[in-house]
Design a protein around this ligand. Structure first.
Ligand code: DC
Length: 218
């Protein structure tokens, strides 16, 4: 049995960094599920399709290659926006579900970050975090991240885009962004990476240790 840690949360809340660090700590695999939706968005973009058209989004979802998640083009603000648009379609979500569930089954364990991991993709995850931070703080983090990719974003525009994205992610009909009822909430507004990681580890570690002990040997 594989052990899954679900790390959900808002855009630029720090969930991706925390998930990566948790995976390193436990020696687990890490999946950034947002990169799958971003790959779908890139596919629509390259096919000159419409991200608001379900048929275009679905056609792209069916042929994405998750091995391309390191492509820097999926990190742009435009593709992030389009990813939020294509992610509202149930067919797109369904298409990406099998890949995420297979990933979750990888031994010895997996840390998956996203919006619906603790609620829909892996409701039986042994530990669930829901990460959030004030929108202004998240916009600043996204600003620094995009700069590190060589872009010159406008921080005020990023803030507006983040707020719009939060609303879209929270209000979509299928698998909306919301904490699982058994998720631990972590607000990183006033936490740098190290204190945030320490807080995340303190919430997750007892559950992971328990699951490791309960796992059948051999
Ligand atoms: O985490 P991110 O910014 O890379 O995610 C981009 C978009 O993908 C996000 O706005 C909504 C969508 N997404 C989703 O619907 N479900 C997930 N599990 C992950 C991302």
């Amino acid at each position: 049995m594989s052990i899954v840690i679900a790390v959900d949360g808002t855009a630029a809340s720090g969930k991706g960094t925390l998930a990566k660090r948790l995976a390193q700590h436990f020696g687990f695999h890490h999946l950034d599920s947002g990169s799958l939706y971003r790959l779908v968005a890139l596919g629509v973009h390259e096919a000159k399709g419409d991200p608001d058209a379900e048929a275009d989004a679905l056609a792209a979802a069916r042929i994405i290659d998750p091995a391309k998640a390191a492509d820097p083009r999926i990190r742009s603000a435009e593709i992030g926006h389009m990813a939020s648009l294509v992610s509202v379609f149930p067919g797109v979500r369904e298409t990406l579900l099998a890949y995420q569930r297979n990933f979750a089954a990888r031994a010895p364990g997996a840390v998956i970050d996203g919006r619906d991991i603790g609620t829909v993709v892996c409701p039986d995850a042994v530990a669930k975090l829901f990460v959030d931070a004030a929108p202004e703080v998240r916009a600043h983090r996204r600003f620094l991240e995009l700069q590190s990719y060589g872009a010159s974003p406008n921080e005020a525009d990023l803030l507006e885009e983040l707020k719009a994205r939060d609303i879209r992610d929270r209000t979509r009909a299928v698998a909306p962004l919301k904490p699982a009822s058994d998720a631990a909430l972590l607000d990183t507004t006033h936490l740098g990476i190290e204190p945030a990681f320490a807080a995340a580890l303190a919430l997750v570690e007892p559950r992971v240790e328990q699951a490791l002990k309960a796992r059948p040997r051999g």
